[in-house]
Design a protein around this ligand. Structure first.
Ligand SMILES: N[C@@H](CCC(=O)N[C@@H](CS)C(=O)NCC(=O)O)C(=O)O
Length: 231
């Protein structure tokens, strides 16, 4: 610890072109509204751990609809979903936005303009091509249970499987010649994609089919400051 709460990921050079980071002592109280089994929530805990930022945690059970109550919709997120990062008395839904808030000014966000945009490219890819397939199959198969899926969900299984495999194929191709997604070091792109990839087997994706992705998962888990999903 350096007294400002940043122990693991160095903050970016304040003379660089990025907006200077908010320091730990200036940071308002941070509360994560979450369900611990959610990979989207885990992304935020992983970023906070790498940045050495303390998070208070408030738990909801999405299986019981606890993010759909009138109170939650009115006070936390009108979109009825977690994660939500509460900063002081303001609420910030969407995992990518929350990760960006926490990591702003740290080395988890490249200072190079192209690399910063490239990081966002992978974060958007995660939300559009990866999470709706890889994470949804995990949720349906490991949490809801195949026997309890609706006919519509059952019909979507092969479509989501194919799309999830395509996302993993693209990641495999990219990682075959790289250790990390952008700039040769851990960025929010890796955090966003790691969250649901490392537990993709629960959705029926056998990661041994994607060896570079598997090696990248091992690499990320071995980094100083890493925390596991169930910590
Ligand atoms: N794009 C959002 C997705 C959030 C999301 O889908 N959250 C799920 C859990 S991972 C949820 O709250 N589901 C409960 C519900 O929809 O009622 C993000 O990245 O934060």
């Amino acid at each position: 610890m350096d007294g400002r709460g940043y122990s693991r990921v160095q903050r970016a050079d304040p003379t660089s072109s990025t907006t200077p980071a908010t320091t730990g002592s200036e940071m308002e109280k941070l509360v994560l509204h979450e369900d611990p089994v959610s990979g989207n929530c885990y992304k935020i805990r992983l970023v906070a751990a790498h940045c050495g930022l303390p998070l208070e945690r408030r738990f909801y059970d999405i299986m019981k609809g606890e993010t759909r109550t009138p109170e939650f919709l009115a006070q936390v997120n009108a979109n009825g979903r977690i994660p939500v990062l509460q900063v002081g008395d303001r609420c910030l839904p969407e995992s990518g936005a929350a990760c960006f808030y926490l990591a702003d000014g740290s080395q988890l966000i490249p200072t190079d303009r192209f690399e910063r945009a490239d990081m966002l490219r992978w974060m958007f890819f995660e939300q559009y091509n990866h999470e709706p397939n890889v994470a949804t199959l995990r949720f349906w198969l490991a949490f809801v249970g195949e026997e309890r899926l609706s006919a519509e969900q059952r019909a979507m299984l092969p479509i989501k499987r194919k799309a999830g495999e395509a996302a993993l194929d693209l990641m495999e191709e990219h990682l075959r010649v790289r250790d990390y997604f952008v700039g040769g070091r851990l960025t929010l792109a890796d955090v966003a994609l790691y969250a649901y990839t490392h537990v993709a087997d629960a959705g029926g994706f056998d990661l041994s089919r994607w060896p570079a992705v598997q090696a990248w998962c091992v690499r990320i888990a071995a980094l100083p400051g890493h925390v596991t999903m169930n910590s």
